[in-house]
Design a binder for this molecule. Sequence first.
Ligand code: NAI
Length: 377
Amino acid sequence: MAKLNWGMIGGGEGSQIGPAHRLGAQADGHFAFVAGALDHRPDAGRDYAQRLGIAADRAYGDWREMLEGERNRPDRVDLVTVATPNSTHFEITRAFLEAGFHVLCEKPMTMTVDEGEEIVRTARRTGRICAVNYCYSAYPMIRQARAMVRAGEVGRVRLVVTNFSHGHHGDATDADNPRVRWRYDPAMAGVSGQFADCGIHALHMASFICDDEVERLSADFASTIPSRELEDDAMVNFRMTGGTVGRLWTSSVAIGRQHGFDIQVFGETGGLRWASEQPNQLIYTPVGGRTQIIEKGEGGLHDEARRLSRVAIAHPEGFPLAVANIYCDLADAIRGEARDGLPGAESGLRSMAAVHAAVASARAGGAWVDARPPMFR
Ligand code: NAI
C-alpha cells in the first residue's frame, strides 16, 4: 500500500512530544515524513528537519511557509500534526483544515470553547479529519475496557474514578523555571493549568471507556504554590448523560507519583482498573468473584484490543505505540476506512467546554455547571 505523506509543525529538537509523534507516525510504515516546520526559531527548525531526512525545500521556517509550500504540490502532505504549544493550536489547525489537509492536533485542541466549536464546524464543512491526540485511549487494554463496558460485562456503570497526578511541579523553589512557569501563566496556558494539561486526558478517558459524555460538573481548584495564578491541583466531580457518577483528581504537586494516570470503572456487576504505569494489564473483578488480570495480547480479547495489541504477550507496550495506534487509525480513516475510537474534534471541543465549566465552577465555590459545549446541548 502506498505510503501517505506526513508533515509536522512543532515537535522540534528537545521537545517533549515530538519524538513520540515521529515514532508513532512511522512505526507501521503508513506515513512518510516529508515536510515540517518544527521549531519557533526558523533556522533551527529548517536545520533539524533536514537532519531528520526532510528535503531542503520542504524543511520550512514556519507554519505559514509550510502551508503555502504544500498547498499546491501534487505530492502534498496527507496529514499534518500540530505539536506546538497550546495557544497556537487553533489558528494552525483551522488554516490547514481550510486548505484541505487532514490534521492531528495535540491537546488541548483550543484555548476557548468558541474556537473549539469553530474547529468542529470547519472539519465538518471541509470533510477533513481533525483528530486530537488523546493517545492513552489507544492502549489495547483501554479498548478492551471500553469493549467490555459496551458488551455489558460490568453492567450499567455506576461510578468512574480517575486521576492523573504527578509531582513534577511540586518543588516551590523551581516554580520560576521557564519550562514550568508558562503552564501556570494565563497568557500562555489559557484559563486552566493542570486540569487543561492532564485532567482532560482523564476526563476524555472516562467518557471513552464509559461510552458516555460528561453533562455537568463541579470543580475545586487550588494553587498550592501561591505564586501560581492557575491551579496546580483540582478535584472535579461530574455526572454523565447516562447517570454515571464521576470523580477526578489531577495534580502536579503530588511528589512521589511519577506519571500517575489511572482509572477505575465500577459497574453493577463488576469493576475494571487500569493504570498507565502498568498499561499491559486490565484488572477485572466480577461481582462476588475473584479478581482477574487480563493481559494485552492474550487469547479471548475483544476485537479492538486484539487489533491494537501489536507487541507479543509479555513484552511491554510503550507510550509511543499508543501514539502509533492513533496514526494507524488515521491512516485507515484517510484511506476511507473510518475507525471507531479515533478521538475527533468533537472530543477536543468537549474537553475545552469541560475546562471552561470547571474554571467557572471553581470560581463559584464548586457550583454545579453545565459541562457541554453549546452546540451539543
Ligand atoms: P515543548 O515546549 O517541549 O516543545 C514545543 C515545540 O514546538 C518546540 O520544538 C518549539 O520550538 C516548537 N514551536 C513552538 N512554537 C512553534 C511555532 N509557532 N511553529 C513551529 N514550531 C513551534 O512542548 P511539548 O511538551 O512537546 O508540548 C507540545 C504540545 O503537545 C502541547 O500542546 C502539549 O499540551 C502537548 N502534549 C501532549 C501530550 C499527550 O500526551 N498527548 C504529552 C505532552 C505534550
